[in-house]
Design a protein around this ligand. Structure first.
Ligand SMILES: Cc1cc2nc3c(=O)[nH]c(=O)nc-3n(C[C@H](O)[C@H](O)[C@H](O)COP(=O)(O)O)c2cc1C
Length: 341
């Protein structure tokens, strides 16, 4: 692991927060950046929806565009597009690069356009999008070259090991994407058929790393600093991307950074953990309004309780909480329980 170059950007360790639709919004990205993630990616954005949104009435809310907003606190950040049609992907990438879409907010430029070739969800793959592209390398390459020839931004791809055990084509596929112009390849070591279990296969990440010359980022099952160090040494990958391991635990980025830099690390106390959780909820409420902010913060609050005494009961209560005050009361009780031990 060393410097990872993405266009003009250099990351010291290549430590990235993975995209998670419905989870890695602006608030969570900012928290992870502050904790040590060097790079973030937007939630996946439908290229077609973004293009169609341009034709809507000016007064209609630009919902897709809102996902592409980049703030100083979450930059450097890539915008991830999904789609299956090269023309829509190119059009959407141009809109993103120019920042000239309906509902655009002025902010830092995107670090890259990332293309989703890993999403396993049925309604996505049934449209030939996400991981379905791994079954159609010619189309996938056409998308990468259409986007690459249209924008100046780096173009990155996020792939899986393959479609299923019989079609683990990540190596040939990655080579095709590199030839088509991909500037970086992130590999999740599972097939589409595996969704999120059993264990991710580092072997496939190592094989991709050996086959291409662009930076390769390893992804899959990093829940501890040791998991990340094993992935790095097993695969020779240039950096790592963390998704589920960061849920309720943005501190993983701090712990991992300390390991990589050989500096001391003190884990947060329960009180500090809960303070982070409540600041997270407060930020979501500020950005999304009370109703949506509280509803979307519930699952995050439950993740922050992981491993604490009384977590199961607290989780049940959190799922019905209606305000930041209720979050504070429920989580505050957990802190008091821990501190009186
Ligand atoms: C709730 C959830 C939403 C996700 N959304 C996206 C997405 O929008 N784009 C994408 O490329 N991957 C998405 N992923 C996949 C993750 O980025 C990552 O590849 C996968 O979870 C494996 O990494 P992990 O073992 O660190 O969780 C999502 C995963 C989860 C759990």
């Amino acid at each position: 692991m060393g410097n990872v170059k993405i266009g003009a950007l250099t990351l010291r360790h290549g430590l990235m927060l993975a995209p998670m639709a419905g989870v890695t919004d602006a608030s969570f990205r900012a928290i992870c950046r502050q904790a040590g993630a060097e790079y973030t990616v937007s939630e996946m954005i439908s290229a077609k929806a973004l293009c169609f949104e341009q034709k809507g009435r000016d007064s209609a809310p630009a919902k897709t565009a809102a996902l592409a907003t980049i703030r100083e606190a979450d930059a450097p950040m890539a915008i991830q597009l999904f789609g299956s049609e090269p023309d829509f992907m190119r059009e959407a990438a141009l809109l993103i690069e120019a920042g000239s879409y309906r509902g655009a907010v002025k902010g830092p430029a995107p670090a890259a356009i990332d293309i989703n070739m890993g999403c396993p969800v049925a309604k996505v793959v049934s449209n030939g999008e996400g991981s379905a592209l791994m079954r159609d390398p010619t189309r996938a390459a056409a998308i990468v070259s259409a986007v690459k020839s249209a924008v100046k931004l780096p173009v990155t791809v996020k792939i899986r090991a393959g479609w299923d055990e019989q079609h683990k084509n990540a190596v040939e596929f990655a080579k095709r994407m590199e030839e088509a112009g991909a500037d970086l390849i992130c590999v999740h070591g599972r097939t589409r058929q595996q969704f999120y279990a059993p264990k991710s296969d580092n072997g496939v990440i190592a094989a991709v790393k050996a086959a291409v010359s662009v930076p390769v980022i390893g992804n899959g099952d990093i829940f501890t600093p040791d998991d990340a160090l094993h992935m790095l040494s097993d695969t020779g990958c240039d950096g790592v991307m963390i998704a589920r391991g960061a849920l309720g635990n943005p501190f993983l980025f701090t712990a991992l950074t300390a390991r990589l830099q050989n500096t001391p690390y003190t884990p947060p106390t329960v009180r500090q953990r809960i303070e982070t959780a409540l600041a997270h909820a407060a930020d979501m409420i500020e950005k999304k309004g009370a109703r949506i902010g509280v509803a979307e913060a519930r699952k995050h609050m439950a993740w922050y309780c992981h491993g604490l005494r009384g977590a199961a009961a607290a989780r049940g209560a959190l799922m019905h909480a209606e305000s930041l005050i209720e979050f504070t009361n429920i989580l505050g009780a957990l802190v008091r329980d821990e501190e009186t031990l």
